[in-house]
Design a protein around this ligand. Sequence first.
Ligand SMILES: Nc1nc2c(ncn2[C@@H]2O[C@H](COP(=O)(O)OP(=O)(O)O)[C@@H](O)[C@H]2O)c(=O)[nH]1
Ligand SMILES: [Mg+2]
Length: 210
Amino acid sequence: MTSIPGPDPLVIRSLEFLGGMASADGWRPETDLPEIAFAGRSNVGKSSLLNRLVRRKAIARVSRTPGRTREINFFKVNEQFILADLPGYGYARVSKARKADWRPLIEDYLRKTPRLAGVVQLLDIRREPSEDDMTMLDFLAELEVPTIVVLTKSDKLSRIAAAERAEAIMRGLALERDQTIPFSSFTGEGRDDLALALTGLLEAEGGETV
Ligand SMILES: Nc1nc2c(ncn2[C@@H]2O[C@H](COP(=O)(O)OP(=O)(O)O)[C@@H](O)[C@H]2O)c(=O)[nH]1
Ligand SMILES: [Mg+2]
């Protein structure tokens, strides 16, 4: 089945890197725009997804710069909203102490961002959510942050297997269907669904998206 691409729900007219937040009470951009944050474990495909989403290489460059990957990186999109790229957590090869050090920064960010329109939580479609993933999802639920779950690397499974995994994850986490988006940075599957979901979050937060 092929679908005919409709109009792009989120045309990126401008993208500006604002800087990084390195610690819980460190610098962050001063802005009254609504904000959307992207979270997930290292290697889940976040940088690839962000590049697909904004159709730019800029995000990848920033998120590959050593040091910047432990920070929350802020981008202003279309002068309309802020995109916050949270540091990837749970990388297997770092020590236990290092593993937990993402929490204060991310938790402080989530608590203190006044116009947090939502969080996009990335999960690998092939894997069970990790303990860190569950910690994040529980925290988002506790703070009542609107959450979209993107299931990455859907191209690694057959259509049927991907649909089955999406169903299982959705049921396991008690998510709604419209909260769950299978995504592939390789094929572009899910890009426009995600873009549309973001415009929904921004509008609910009183932001402009046209
Ligand atoms: N097959 C497949 N591989 C992907 C996809 N997205 C990312 N990857 C691969 O997964 C690895 C980690 O991707 P990256 O975007 O850097 O993940 P990050 O650490 O979450 O920023 C890289 O080897 C990517 O090429 C995808 O949609 N499909
Ligand atoms: Mg990355």
